[in-house]
Design a protein around this ligand. Structure first.
Ligand code: G1P
Length: 295
């Protein structure tokens, strides 16, 4: 079967970025001049997906507004002759067929995915976490979809992380084999220090078979008293093969302060309109700090 649909969970409270996320969804935080979630929708579209459901929650209405037509804005831009930006605004609302469902209670990632079950139906689908940006030569999801066409099984995108980071992620233990697609043996959500079975961390891209909905429905609460997708993936191993794909590109977690800052700087360094001035500015700061320590 082909992957035609994607779920973007975006209902989290963004507590690591408070107070900026008190009234604004973290998925709408701008990376320079584009909200994070638009990059994610673009990755899905470039990977061949047209039907997307965003799982939202309280205070997330600006996500819907962003992907909707804004007649007032379009009229104003047209009257002012700002045609390039007008076209760009129009293209945002035509990016994909975007649907929304609300996760009424913050019960965790697994529950958010389960909320999308009627939209997905009985077919495999993609998941892109709303706070993780990816940079690679090819869209990351596109490669995962290609591999799914070969194995027809769930695939989890993983990357190697340092020991100090292991307890922030879902960690995947794999069997030895073909490096591009490894059979999963075991998964642990946010292991305690010294308990991680490997250094392969789930970073926010999945291809899942619809069997996962059945398991999520019965899933008991796990880490953080939340319904964890990782726990249902562990149960899925009793029924189907699950694979991990090691991702070599760069991923950016905008859901925490330093990650957000780094993302903006790296994305700005690739913009011709910003790079030169930014480099000058950063150099000046570093030199100043070097000669006159802050304290
Ligand atoms: C979620 C997943 C976790 C994964 C992480 C990636 O956790 O549960 O397995 O490693 O996303 O960012 P969260 O960051 O929502 O706590």
């Amino acid at each position: 079967m082909k992957i035609r649909k994607a779920v973007i969970p975006a209902a989290g409270l963004g507590t690591r970025l408070l107070p900026s996320t008190k009234a604004m969804p973290k998925e709408m935080l701008p990376i320079i001049d584009k909200p994070t979630i638009q990059y994610i929708i673009e990755e899905a579209v470039e990977s061949g997906i047209k039907d997307i459901i965003i799982v939202t929650g309280k205070g997330k209405k600006s996500i819907e507004d962003h992907f909707d037509t804004s007649m007032l804005l379009e009229e104003t831009l047209k009257n002012k002759g700002k045609i390039t930006i007008l076209k760009e605004m129009q293209s945002i609302s035509q990016l994909a067929n975007i649907h929304y469902i609300r996760q009424g209670v913050p019960n965790g990632l697994g529950h958010a995915i389960w909320c999308a079950r009627n939209f997905i139906g009985n077919e495999p689908f993609a998941v892109l976490l709303g706070d993780t940006l990816i940079k690679d030569k090819k869209p990351c999801l596109k490669e995962m979809i290609r591999l799914f066409e070969e194995c027809q099984s769930s695939i989890i995108g993983v990357k190697r992380v340092n020991e100090s980071e292991l307890s922030r992620y879902g960690i995947v233990d794999v069997m030895k084999g073909n490096e591009s697609l490894l059979k999963v043996r075991n998964l642990v959500e946010k292991p305690d220090k010294g308990e991680a079975p490997s250094d392969l961390a789930i970073f926010g891209r999945y291809i899942l078979t619809p069997k996962i909905f059945e398991l999520l429905e019965k899933q008991e609460r796990g880490v953080g008293n939340e319904i964890q997708l990782t726990d249902s993936l562990q149960t899925l191993l009793n029924y189907e093969n699950v694979y991990a794909q090691i991702f070599e590109g760069k991923s950016y977690d905008i859901g925490e302060k330093l990650g957000y800052l780094k993302t903006i700087i790296e994305f700005a360094m690739e913009r011709e309109d910003l790079k030169k001035d930014l480099v000058e500015f950063l150099k000046a700061i570093v030199i100043k700090k070097g000669t006159a320590p802050l304290e």
